[in-house]
Each structure stands twice: as C-alpha cells, then as structure tokens.
Design a protein. Structure first.
Length: 231
C-alpha cells in the first residue's frame, strides 16, 4: 500500500473506469450515483490511513474512491446485496488495500475499524434497526475512531420528496434493466436532523455537522465516541 494518491479532480473518473467491463445499465447506475453524491468531499473527512469500512457500499463506488485516494487505507466494503458485491469485487484487480464482503448491517458483527462510513443508507432500513447499527459501529471503532454518517432529511418537505420521487423512478427503471436488485425497499425510513442528533447522543457519540453540499436534503455528521452533541 504505497504511492501517492491521484489528484482529486481525477479520482472520480478513475473510479468509474473500474466498471468499464460491466453492463451498460450498471455503468449508468454507478455513474449516476457518483454524480449525485459528493464522494470526494466525503472522502476528505476520513483519515488517510488505517482500517476503513464502507457499510452499505452497494456497487463499491465510495469504497473504491477511499482506496484509490488513500493508498495507506485498508478498505472493506460491505453490503447485503450479493449481486452488487460480486460486481464490486470485480473492480479490485491486483489492489491489496480493498476487499468486499456480503453481509446484513442489522446482524453483522464488525471487526475493529479506525473509521466507518455509512453514506445515504439508513433511510432504506426500518427504524428499529437504526440504533443497533449505530451501537455496532460505536463498539467497532478503535479509540479516536470516526463514524461518517450521511443521512437524508425530510425537513425540507417538497424538495425532499421530489428528490425521492426521482430516485424511485430511477430505481424502478434500473430494476427493469437488472441493474438494481429487488433487495432495495420501496418504503423509506428518513429521520430529521434533530432525531439523528438525539439518537447519536443516546448511543454514545458526539457528533458535529459537516458543511457538505448534497443533492438530496440531508446531513453529514462526523461522530466520535463521547457524550456531547454539537447543536
């Protein structure tokens, strides 16, 4: 795991080229997600070395970006969708600082990590499972470790639901082409900013909000084990 990371303005293109051998529908799906989520800005919030988990990694776009931008990171991408994990695994090639594994976040027992990222995933998981997932992350973080949590937020009403209608329509199209599996639920489980702050505090995290522009109304929290939550 040596060598300098590529320039940030090139990193996303390098990630997308890893999927060149996949079906056109899959490549389009991956590219659309890469353009809608500010992955380079999120990557910059995580440590440049150590063990990093991307939970709910999907096809592995963010996990691949983490590994390419931080050659001294050891990245593990985990998702319950075995089909997506198969595609993600094909992008690894000879790189030794990234691997992918299939597993359900609700029941998975995590190894120790220096950082954990959950990017736009929890709103797809039923409410009762949110706290157990956060507790697993808390217990798996090494001392001084970071949880990067990106959530969607329904507070903005029309703008939020308009973005979700667009996402729903795209997901239905991807299902018809086989680029999206039926494991992605149609029901959503979003929480407002204040709800997340309260849950993070009661789970044992201190959390600060990061100013990252998002296409879908949401929040980005940088969380560490502690008691106080930034207002």
């Amino acid at each position: 795991m040596s060598g300098a990371p590529p320039p940030r303005d090139d990193i996303l293109e390098r990630v997308l080229r890893l999927y060149d051998g996949e079906r056109r529908a899959t490549r389009f799906h991956v590219a659309m997600r890469a353009r809608r989520v500010p992955f380079p800005a999120l990557e910059a919030l995580l440590p440049r070395e150590g063990r990093v988990a991307d939970l709910g990694c999907g096809h592995g776009v963010f996990a691949n970006l983490l590994a390419l931008a931080g050659p001294r990171r050891e990245v593990v991408g985990i998702d319950r969708d075995a089909g997506k994990i198969e595609i993600a695994a094909r992008t690894v090639g000879s790189r030794g600082n990234i691997r992918f594994s299939a597993g359900d976040l609700s029941t998975l027992r995590l190894d120790p990590f220096d950082a954990i990222a959950i990017i736009g995933v929890l709103y797809l998981i039923p409410y009762p499972r949110h706290r157990p997932i956060l507790e697993q992350c808390r217990d798996a973080l090494a001392p001084g470790g970071t949880l990067l949590l990106n959530t969607v937020d329904p507070s903005e009403g029309i703008r939020f639901w308009r973005s979700k209608i667009i996402e729903f329509t795209a997901n239905m199209a991807f299902r018809l082409t086989g680029a999206q599996s039926t494991s992605v639920p149609m029901r959503l489980y979003p929480r407002r900013r204040e709800e997340w702050k309260a849950m993070l505090a009661s789970t044992g995290f201190s959390a600060s909000a990061a100013a990252v522009p998002l296409a879908t109304p949401g929040n980005v929290f940088i969380c560490r084990r502690g008691r106080a939550v930034l207002s």
